[in-house]
Design a protein around this ligand. Sequence first.
Ligand code: FUB
Ligand code: ZN
Length: 653
Amino acid sequence: MRPICLKNKQSVLSLILIVWLSIVFEGCIQAPVREYPIRPVPFTQVQVHPGFWFHRLETNRKVTIPYNFLKCEETGRISNFAKAGRLEEGDFEGIYFNDSDVFKVIEGASYSLHVHPDEQLEAYLDDLISKIAAAQEADGYHYSIRTINPDKVQGNCGKERWSALNHSHELYNVGHLYEAAVAHFNATGKRTLLDVALKNADLICEVFGPGKHMGVPGHQEIEIGLVKLYRTTGQAKYLEMARFFIDQRGNEQGHALYGEYCQDHRPLVLQDKAVGHSVRAGYFYAGAADVAALTGEGQYVEALEKIWEDMVYTKTYLTGGIGAEPRYEGFGPSYELPNATAYTETCAAIASMLWNYRMFLLSGEVKYMDVFERTLYNGFLAGISLEGDEFFYSNPLEANGVQTFNQGACTRSPWFGCSCCPVNIVRLLPSLPGYIYSQNQNEVYVNLFVNSTTQLEVDNNDFRILQQSAYPWEGKIHMDIGTDKGTRAKLKIRIPGWSRNQVLPGELYHYLSDQEEPISLFVNGEMQPVKIEEGYLIIDRKWKGNTTVILELKMPVRFVKSNPNIEANRGRVALERGPLVFCAEEIDNFKGILEAGINTHQKLHYAFDPDLLNGIGVLEGKVQRNGEEKPSPFKAIPYYAWSNRGVGRWLCG
Ligand code: FUB
Ligand code: ZN
């Protein structure tokens, strides 16, 4: 941990970040009738081994989860439940939707607990859940701010229950409660939190629906939670409720429309643009994809595809970040992607990943996983410090050290008044192993390169995968496939967009050189012809015994250019290698790197530095400083690692 004194010097910071240089399906009581055609291999069935992600997952387990619980305690988030349950005296503390933060940490902690039994954590959760249960009103209502003092509640919360759904987050909170409850039930088999969730969901199903309360939540999330309750209990009413909230959005029969900010300007099936608050949008689209998968609602999918194209073709940062506009935490107009003021909330990156993954499960199309991976390694991962206890809320692509972003801080913060992002990271990380593998009958997808093992059933046989690589630093992927009997299976290994010469689907960015780098494949030591179908390398064979597959993706350093419509990037290039976007920080360079120019004909040097920032790849080359004739050396590090070395006073201007 860096000393605390360094964190409070934001007025004199001179930190420079520059990216653009001048020039789960577990525990079903009753299986749903319909599902996604592609089934994820749940994280509980995947063991992650030492390597890039292992380290981050362990930090999440050992540091970030306990740290987030501690912050929830310190900030009154947990005692709010105790107060609502009359276990403690006192007024509600904090922001009215703070309950959701605790639910999100419980969800993450439960994922962790599922694969790492931990008596102490389990006992902590038991105690916490008893407070959450005490906070529930007799009929199932759950919203600690109102329960603590119903007479005092007004403004955004509404004087009466569900009277200000536009702002109140009553349904947003419980959506997170449902997700937490399912995770906790799956991890422990205990119904304590699940019963709280179901009692609340039953109340929601009684109160809302056609001919009843016809309002929709201002902030989506309950849709995803309800689907999880449906999968867990098999009770169709939860799925119907999720569908109701999706169909009701944009439908003025029953509520006054909230407008584009909440994606409530017209029905989903008539929408074709990514608009409004980007976290709400991502959760909405993810929930709609779930409902489409479970009901076969094709019209949702058609709309989602159009919205996705609008987002990815015109409104996505190179880092995968979405939501350029700080004023309303949302999507700006097409191509308006300024670097320094990019809001790109960490939660929005997560929401995009949740949505993209679901689109992949619906379609099997590689483009969704390309967006997922780019977001994972860049826009998402920058949101948390290497130590695991400091966080970015917004993730700009350029910073002069004195600007006000990230809710007022120029560096990662230990916490926020509105702390949705840290607690979202807590739940995403332990679920990551669940995004690596998936299966569609005899087709096995490998979408992410993460050191891991898994065991599947394919063709009525065991199908074991051991995956090993130094990704994201090196592109050589080693897989051992084991089957006991002869197993007919199509192994579909994703060839990442960056290796197929595609920065992102669409025309928003392109590599300066379009030179195709050869891909090599060896099976049991013998070189094989490389057969790539729609972004997947296919190995279709009868697998028997142990088979070694080695895939070699070349990882040259690439210059990226943007579409000229992105004004902020005109005359500029960005640097990438493999899935990583790179950035130049002042601490490695000279003051004024922000204004330097770069000759794109040079060959940049890449090396892995095991001693820097827990081991990272570093790029080195030459840039032209303003007013100087001779080029100067410069250094770039992966964007996700920026602002991890403190901001020394010696840098002050
Ligand atoms: O409103 C709940 C969360 O807080 C949103 O998802 C974030 O954008 C932040 O406003
Ligand atoms: Zn957030």
